[in-house]
Structures are given as C-alpha cells and as structure tokens.
Design a protein around this ligand. Structure first.
Ligand SMILES: NC(=O)c1ccc[n+]([C@@H]2O[C@H](COP(=O)([O-])OP(=O)(O)OC[C@H]3O[C@@H](n4cnc5c(N)ncnc54)[C@H](OP(=O)(O)O)[C@@H]3O)[C@@H](O)[C@H]2O)c1
Length: 236
C-alpha cells in the first residue's frame, strides 16, 4: 500500500508511521519540515517541505506522485500548527499561514490524488481532526478556524467520493500528549483538554480506524465535550 503522511516527524504523525511501518509491504511518502530520523529504507521516502509554501508543495507533489508510480492508497492529513491568543494580537499573515499549512496544503494534496484514486477505484483520505474544529475554543480562533475548514471539507467530499470506493473521514484523536499539546496546554488549565492521553496509545487507535467507512470517528469520549460546548456556548 502507498501511504502519504503529512507531519510525520513528531507526535501523532510519527507514531502512526511507526505503527504502519510494521507492515513491510507498505511504501511511505512522508512530509515535514525537519528531516525524518532512521529512514534509510527503499520503501520510505521523506520530503522536506514547509507546507506554508504552496508553490514548493505544488512542485514537490509532482516528484512525490512520480516516486509513488501515480498510486496513493491512503493519505493522512496530519500536519498542523496553531497560533493561540486573542484575535487582535495575531497578525493577519499568521491566519493565512495557518490556513495554508492546516487547510490549503491538504486541499492541494487531496485534489492531486483524487483522480489517481478514481482510476484505481480505491482510496482512503484521513484527516486528523480536533474538537477545536467542532467548536471555536477560547484563544483558538487561528487554529479552530483552520481545523473546522478541513473537517467540513472532508464531510463534503465524503459523499461525492463514496461511489468511487474512496472514503474520506475525520479521525478525532482527542487530547494527546505531544509537543503541540505541551506548548499550548497552559491556555486550558481547568479544562478536560488538560488531561492528554498517551500518544502511542491514541495513534494505535487511529491506525485501527484508518480503513473504516465512517465519516467522523472519535478516539476519546472527551471530544464529545465540544458538542456540548457548541449547544451551550455559555459554558465556554
Ligand atoms: N495533540 C493533541 O492533543 C491533538 C488533539 C486533537 C487533534 N490534534 C491534531 O493532531 C495532528 C498532529 O498534531 P500533534 O499533536 O502530533 O503535534 P506535533 O507533534 O507538533 O506534530 C505536528 C507535525 O506537523 C508538522 N508541521 C507543522 N508545521 C508544518 C509545516 N509548516 N510544514 C510541514 N509540516 C509541518 C510537524 O513537522 P515539522 O515541525 O518537522 O515540520 C510535525 O510533524 C494535528 O493535525 C493536530 O491538529 C492533536
């Protein structure tokens, strides 16, 4: 199976990769800015790309698809960043950059791969979603807006792609101990988000759900709190 993962150098993306590489038949096409450690194998290719640079991504995608012999069976849209704080303290370009990394880069990848998946009549497109995309959390406008955009994109394309045996889905890991989590957790001291799960455990759960034919898949019940907050915003 040919698998493309964005944000494979740390946290959830790295652990998903570690889990999937146990199957020696898988070929990997990995994207992150930092170099990926310990991958001198023929079936694993890493591309150093800053996903905020969409022109570079466009060029590199041609190389990636050529390397993959125009076959991608599974895309895992995982790379993300967030700038947290009040809206007036975050410059416009930071909103643009977060949208480019979290949303437009993945839209570009998905758009280039769908015609190939259609030809094979097979494919899975997985977005690593967040409760912060279900409800706009406090000090999270930059991150929440981008995660929400990605989430609804997946919901929209899911139906249009089903008939081609291509399954697009959101998998919600829930609070998970990664560098991203550690850097931002101080903002949510008294919240459920504060209690992050082990990254290996959550990534194994994600891998178990990669090929399910459901649109939204939740790894932890904690993510349900986002729906409660959506119904009762005064609790925010
Ligand atoms: N941790 C949580 O509690 C939690 C909860 C819900 C959802 N999520 C989602 O889980 C996913 C993974 O997050 P994580 O917690 O594992 O965070 P992480 O450890 O910080 O991983 C983020 C990954 O994204 C890559 N990345 C960031 N900016 C990039 C850029 N400009 N270009 C290319 N790659 C970039 C990073 O690689 P480089 O730095 O090497 O570029 C890294 O591999 C994200 O989509 C996040 O929204 C996380």
């Amino acid at each position: 199976m040919n698998i493309l993962i964005t944000g494979s150098s740390s946290g959830i993306g790295l652990e998903i990769f570690n889990e999937l590489k146990k199957d020696k038949k898988n070929n990997f096409f990995l994207i992150s800015r930092s170099k990926q450690k310990k991958i001198n194998k023929k079936n694993i290719k890493h591309y150093s790309i800053d996903l905020s640079n969409l022109n570079l991504l466009k060029t590199k995608l041609k190389r990636i698809l050529k390397d993959a012999n125009n076959t991608v069976d599974l895309i895992i849209c995982n790379a993300a960043q967030g700038v947290f704080g009040n809206l007036e303290n975050i410059i416009f370009n930071q909103y643009k950059k977060t949208m480019d990394i979290n949303f437009f880069s993945h839209l570009m990848i998905i758009k280039s791969v769908i015609p190939l998946m259609k030809k094979k009549n097979y494919g899975h497109i997985v977005n690593i979603s967040s409760g912060a995309g279900i409800v706009g959390l406090n000090k999270s406008s930059n991150y929440s807006a981008s995660k929400s955009a990605m989430q609804v994109l997946i919901e929209s394309i899911s139906t249009e792609l089903n008939k081609y045996n291509i399954h697009a889905k959101n998998i919600f890991p829930g609070p998970t101990k990664t560098n991203f989590f550690k850097q931002n957790i101080h903002l949510y001291k008294n919240s459920l988000i504060n209690r992050g799960e082990n990254v290996k455990k959550i990534s194994q759960l994600i891998v178990k759900n990669l090929f399910k034919k459901k649109i939204n898949i939740f790894c932890q019940k904690k993510t349900m709190a986002s729906f409660v907050l959506k119904m009762f915003p005064n609790l925010l």
